[in-house]
Structure formats: C-alpha cells, structure tokens
Ligand binder design. Structure first.
Ligand code: FAD
Length: 335
C-alpha cells in the first residue's frame, strides 16, 4: 500500500503539537505500549521505530519552560518521563518539532503538605510516590495504585503529572484523583489556576489544559484518618493497562457509611467519577442491596469500547466486579 500521510485529530491537536498518523485505519485510541497497534494496523514497510526529527530543550525553571512552550506553540510538546509520549513518537503517532524536557525543573519535583492538603509536584516519579512515607501514611491509595502501574522500569521515570495530564483513559491515577477530589495546579502564559480532577477530562486524550499550560502540581485534600480505600484493577498481565479498574474512598462511623466516592478507569473515553455510586452507599451499613445499587450505577455509566481486552459487555461486567471488590476492601480497611 502506498504510504499516505494525514493529520489526524485526536481532539487535542491544537494544544499539544502535531500528530501524524499513517492513513491505515488505526484505532482512535492508540494502544502504543501494547505493541499491538503497529503490528495489527500498519503495513510492515510503514512501521516506524525512530521518531521524526525534533529539537530538544531542557529548561531549568518553570517560567523558562512556559516561555519555550509559548515560543514554539503547536510545534512543541512537554516531555516528562516520556513513557507515554516517546512510544507515540516512535510510532509516528506524535511528531512534535520541539520537545521541552521538564527533568531539570526542580521546583516540579516535591511531595509535601499544604495545611490539610497534600501537594505532589508534577515531576514526582511514580516510584517516588511509592517510596513516600508521608503519602503512605496520609493517602495510601496512591501507593497502592502506583504499584499497579506498568513495571519498576516505567515507574522509575514515569511521572504522576504525566500520568494525569496525558488524558489516556487507560492511565490509572486520574480515577484515583477523581475519587480523592484532587485539584490540578496549572500554569501558562496567562498565569496560574486550579482545575478539579473531576472537571479535567474532556475526551480521549483531551483535557482542560489550555494551549501553553503546564500541569505543575496535584493538590489532594488528605482523607480523614481511618478512612477506607482501595484501587482494584483487572489486567491481563503485569504491566498491562486495565480491562477495568475502580477507585473507592470512604469513611465509616459506627458501622455506617458517612462518605463515599467511586471512580472508574478505562471503561469510557475518559476516567469516570460515579457520584451516584457514592451516594448509594452513604447512610447505609453496606447492606447487599446498597452495594448492588452502587455497582449498578457504575456499570450503567461505563461504556467501554470492545478491544483486545474483551467485548464491551465483558469489560462493563468487570467494572462492576472491580467496584464491588473495592467497596468491600475499603470497608474492611476503614477504622
Ligand atoms: P510523558 O510520556 O512524558 O508525557 C505524556 C503526555 O503528557 C504528553 O502529552 C506530555 O506532553 C504530557 N505531559 C507530561 N507532563 C506534563 C505536565 N507536567 N504538564 C502538561 N503536560 C504534560 N500507565 C498507567 O497508568 N497504567 C499502566 O498500567 C501503564 N502501563 C504502561 C506500560 C508500559 C510498557 C509503558 C511504557 C507505559 C505504561 N503506562 C501505564 C504509562 C506510564 O505510566 C507513563 O509514564 C505515564 O502515562 C505518563 O507519564 P510520563 O511522565 O511518562 O509522561
């Protein structure tokens, strides 16, 4: 087949640089880390493993990075850990002309407290999240989730900011941030602002980040001491994205649920916050009917695509199983 190049709109082109997709009818949600995209969808002679040429920039401050992004506009792209972006570039699904690497921007790499909130800098690696005693004590679902992402090599470089800013519905942290009611701090040429995780995801690879903005930190209201939590993820093998996954945060007093939030990974074009599932639990003693109602709300909202992980009905069913397990485990952990 003759190689035909065309620009393909994944919904975020104007914001994040030019994406080129070989015109071969590839799926709209590229599963770049599975190896299945290139093998299945792209004729052998068109498979690429070398990124298109680009200029590499390594700013030392956030303001410098923002200025570089503004200077190169749509031709530029931020690179953090590179574990989502570089595979896309190797497959020529992304072809930024300027890569702005945030590795040397020290102000983006921190874990700390800000009053009752926890603040995690965007360039904090997933491994640093796992190793943080503060996060393990105050918000242990982050460690539990990070341990289920990919493998140690990916977690050593992959960042929490990249994971939540990427906009891939398969990323695990966004649903957890929704369940925790986290906010994202972003900064761009027009200044700084905060966006709730629950409002951030607009579509597959489409987020509320405006052109030129960089996600700088995640602010998490620390859940109350003794809260229950669980991240349940069904995957085909170690290192795989979820067939479906569920995050649950809840509090219990005298056996009765006083607050609950539920969110889902990889069962829609965006992570899903399922407000109705939490509401179905509040005020109950987790009776069978209450848990069934929470599961029902989650599976009603889920609308996964059929993919190599299974048909849509199966993945919806798995989402329900994950929600049920996460509620049970979170309840058992609540003091
Ligand atoms: P990058 O790849 O550098 O960037 C990703 C995107 O986010 C790019 O568009 C970039 O421009 C943008 N970006 C990055 N940082 C910022 C910022 N601060 N502000 C604005 N935009 C930014 N992830 C999971 O969640 N679960 C998995 O099971 C999983 N399995 C994986 C398996 C393999 C084999 C691999 C290679 C990756 C896997 N990942 C998985 C993805 C991994 O967690 C990535 O590291 C993560 O998704 C992106 O983080 P990053 O720092 O590597 O971002």
């Amino acid at each position: 087949m003759q190689s035909q190049r065309q620009a393909v709109d994944f919904g975020y082109l104007p914001r994040r640089g030019r994406i080129i997709l070989e015109a071969t009818g590839a799926s709209s949600r590229p599963d770049v880390n599975s190896g299945e995209h290139s093998a299945r969808d792209t004729p052998r002679e068109e498979q690429k493993v070398i990124p298109a040429p680009f200029d590499y920039h390594r700013p030392r401050t956030l303001d410098e990075a923002i200025a570089l992004l503004a200077a190169h506009d749509e031709a530029a792209r931020i690179v953090a850990g590179g574990h989502s972006l570089i595979p896309m570039m190797k497959l020529r699904l992304a072809a930024p002309e300027h890569l702005i690497d945030l590795q040397d921007v020290a102000e983006l790499r921190r874990i700390g407290g800000d009053g009752p909130a926890l603040v995690i800098g965007a360039m904090t690696s997933q491994q640093e999240v796992i190793a943080s005693a503060l996060l393990a004590a105050k918000c242990p679902i982050l460690r539990e989730t990070a341990l289920q992402i990919a493998d140690p090599q990916v977690r050593a470089l992959g960042t929490i900011g990249g994971n939540v800013a990427n906009g891939d519905p398969g990323n695990d942290m966004p649903a957890v941030m929704m369940a925790l009611d986290a906010h994202y701090r972003v900064k761009g040429p027009d200044g700084a602002r905060e966006v709730a995780a629950r409002d951030f995801y607009l579509g597959s690879f489409d987020t509320a980040l405006k052109p030129g903005e960089i996600l700088t930190a995640i602010v998490i209201p620390a859940p109350p001491e003794g809260h229950g939590y669980a991240y349940e993820k069904q995957k085909r093998k170690i290192g795989d994205y979820a067939t479906a996954a569920a995050a649950v945060i809840l509090t219990v007093a005298q056996g009765r649920c006083t607050a609950a939030s539920v969110a889902l990974t990889n069962v829609a074009p965006t992570p899903l916050f399922v407000a109705a599932s939490g509401q179905a639990l509040v005020g109950t003693r987790f009776e069978t009917s209450a848990v069934a109602e929470a599961v029902r709300h989650a599976t009603t909202l889920a609308h996964p695509a059929a993919d190599q992980r299974g048909p849509a009905e199966f993945r919806t069913h798995v989402a329900g199983v994950m929600v049920r397990r996460a509620i049970e485990r979170a309840k058992a952990r609540a003091a």
